[in-house]
Design a protein around this ligand. Structure first.
Ligand SMILES: Cc1ncc(COP(=O)(O)O)c(C=O)c1O
Length: 369
């Protein structure tokens, strides 16, 4: 995107002027495979349960919501405890409108020194930092996108960040790091009085245990999760963090009063009651990821090993923007994440995946003629 020219009369902050807004294209396509959502819609039973609960809440909409979302935070704690055999309470959980708001709150609370992340990773970490006015340092990864742990530890001790971000499985690469590696990063962060933020937006698709199991030992470790991906609830906007109660207390300082509407809280509580249904598609999405990967490899493409619900692939001769456009012309919307020679595709339902594979095959056949 070319840089926008702002009018001289507008007193927009200097540091915001060169930034571009988050802009995953929202264009109609037969196969929408660009924002890592779960392709399976809620069942009519779940939709009805949500509208029944919303109806109850609607009768009280003249009142502000529960400012601290206690019921929801209790339910989220129970959900995590069940998943990871932990014993968190509501005071170790914070919930907000998507994990993006959680990330924003972390920068607002802890952003008085520079912050660090290992790119390529989730593009909103640095963008939210910059919008809040927090300094961001790009740490690197190896050319194969794996994390160089020794280098990462060195960067933490040099930069002394108040917040270090690590995303696992990483977006846009799908690569993971182990709990042992996370522990090493948490220790390195603790040595500089910093916090380690583990963004687990895609954790349900991975076979590795969640870093929540490390929080007891490393109180400077924060785990971010979301209901937008595996949980198939992106439209409701619900993200949360699990952390030491002192970190959660800091969230109360920076949140806006009544930030989480009664409607959102009610919908998320119902969704948690239907967790078996909502997470029921995860294993078939993992199978589909393996299927799409092998189909792409048969075409001679290379796929970065992914433990998420998307894959990053390379090995095509067309310029990545051209391939992206040609796929869209065939009704398939995937994502150009700005990585030279690479494109990212979200695993969709069976028909969408087949459409993507057929369209890609057609384009590549044309490429080799
Ligand atoms: C790694 C990562 N973290 C956080 C988010 C934000 O998710 P949400 O705000 O929908 O919870 C995303 C969305 O793509 C993501 O990829």
């Amino acid at each position: 995107m070319s840089e926008k020219k702002w009018p001289a009369w507008l007193p927009l902050r200097q540091d915001l002027q060169p930034l571009s807004p988050y802009g995953a294209p929202q264009v109609p396509a037969e196969a929408t495979l660009n924002t890592n959502e779960n392709p399976y819609a809620p069942s009519p039973e779940l939709a009805k349960a949500i509208s029944d609960r919303i109806h109850q809440v609607a009768l009280n909409l003249n009142r502000y919501p529960d400012r601290d979302a206690v019921l929801l935070r209790k339910s989220l704690a129970a959900f995590i405890n069940n998943l990871s055999s932990t014993s968190f309470n509501a005071d170790q959980i914070w919930a907000a409108n998507g994990s993006n708001e959680i990330i924003q709150s972390l920068f607002m609370a802890f952003g008085d020194r520079q912050t660090l992340g290992f790119t390529p990773s989730y593009s909103m970490h640095p963008l939210i930092a910059k919008v809040i006015g927090v300094q961001w340092v790009d740490g690197g990864r190896r050319p194969d996108f794996s994390l160089d742990l020794e280098q990462a530890v060195k960067q933490i001790s040099q930069e002394k960040p108040s917040l270090t971000f690590i995303t696992t499985p990483n977006n846009p690469t799908g690569t993971v790091i182990s709990l042992d590696e996370i522990a090493v990063l948490a220790e390195a962060a603790a040595r500089v009085n910093g916090l380690l933020v583990v963004d687990e937006a895609y954790a349900e698709f991975s076979n590795l245990p969640s870093a929540v199991t490390l929080i007891k030992k490393y109180p400077n470790l924060i785990v971010i999760r979301t209901m937008s991906k595996a949980f198939a609830f992106a439209g409701a906007r619900l993200g949360y963090l699990i952390a030491d109660p002192e970190i959660v207390s800091a969230m109360f300082l920076v949140r806006l009063p009544y930030h989480l509407s009664s409607l959102t809280q009610a919908a998320a509580e119902v969704a948690l009651e239907f967790q078996a249904e909502l997470l029921g598609t995860v294993s078939s999405l993992i199978d589909a990821r393996e299927f799409v990967t092998s189909e792409l490899e048969k075409m001679g493409l290379q796929v970065v090993p992914s433990q998420a619900n998307f894959i990053l692939f390379t090995g095509f001769r067309l310029e990545q923007g051209q391939l992206w456009r040609q796929l869209l012309d065939r009704g398939v919307l995937i994502r150009d994440v700005g990585l030279l020679g690479h494109l990212r595709m979200t695993i969709g339902n069976e028909a969408e995946n087949r459409k993507f594979i057929a369209a890609l095959q057609e384009i590549l056949n044309g490429e080799s003629q």
